[in-house]
Design a protein around this ligand. Structure first.
Ligand SMILES: [Zn+2]
Length: 215
């Protein structure tokens, strides 16, 4: 999306992170290197914790971002849990700044799915699908429990070319997507292709996960 905005508007687009409970926009922002958003550590103390246990994780770990405000008046926040899953990079940036860089958020700790004991974020699946040619940006994740095992089914809308293509080509497309999902997520998924425009559309934040597992 950034590349498209940049090329259509002939600008350099930078990413920004903020949340209204802390300050609104201005917690972290990209520099010209765009290698993660510099977090303004002079105004906020960031920590990365394990969202399940609250334990502070070592540098470089992926976990939930927790922020403490240092300069906010009247409504300070102490160890505020953002629910955003990310990691912090402390290596000096090519721009010369030494502020920690916050990586693109992988999702929210409350969106996190635990599939066969592995933490999976819908956003990871989305990123994989968007990178595969022939996938439309509409998909749905269905979770089932078969015996003691979780089963992840990824329903993907595909372009007409693929949907109406011969079975052999469809099969190799499905296998390609399944391989990619397995290598990135570390869990296997079964891919089902659905007709273009057949999945429900949602305004705003899409509900793309149907969890039929009984807990
Ligand atoms: Zn930088």
């Amino acid at each position: 999306m950034r590349k498209e905005i940049e090329s259509r508007l002939c600008i350099s687009a930078t990413d920004n992170y903020g949340l209204s409970e802390i300050i609104g926009p201005g917690v972290a922002g990209d520099c010209e290197c765009k290698r993660g958003m510099h977090l303004f550590e002079d105004a906020f103390i960031p920590e990365i914790i394990n969202p399940d246990t609250g334990e502070v994780l070592p540098r470089g770990s992926v976990g939930e971002l927790v922020l403490t405000t240092l300069t906010k008046e009247a409504f300070p926040m102490i160890r505020y849990r953002t629910r955003d899953i990310t990691s912090l990079e402390y290596e000096k940036c090519d721009c010369g700044r030494t502020l920690a860089r916050m990586m693109k958020t992988m999702g929210r700790s409350d969106d996190m799915l635990i599939i066969k004991g592995v933490n999976v974020f819908p956003s990871q699946i989305e990123e994989i699908l968007f990178a595969i040619e022939g996938c439309e940006p509409h998909y749905q994740l269905v979770l089932e429990r078969e015996g003691d095992t979780d089963v992840l089914i990824v329903r993907i809308e595909v372009t007409e070319n693929i949907f109406f293509d011969e079975m052999k080509r469809q099969k190799s497309f499905v296998e390609q997507v399944e391989r990619k999902l397995h290598s990135v997520l570390g869990v296997s998924a079964s891919v089902k292709l659905v007709e273009p425009s057949s999945l429900p559309r949602h305004e705003g934040k899409a509900v793309r996960v149907i969890d039929n597992r009984k807990r």
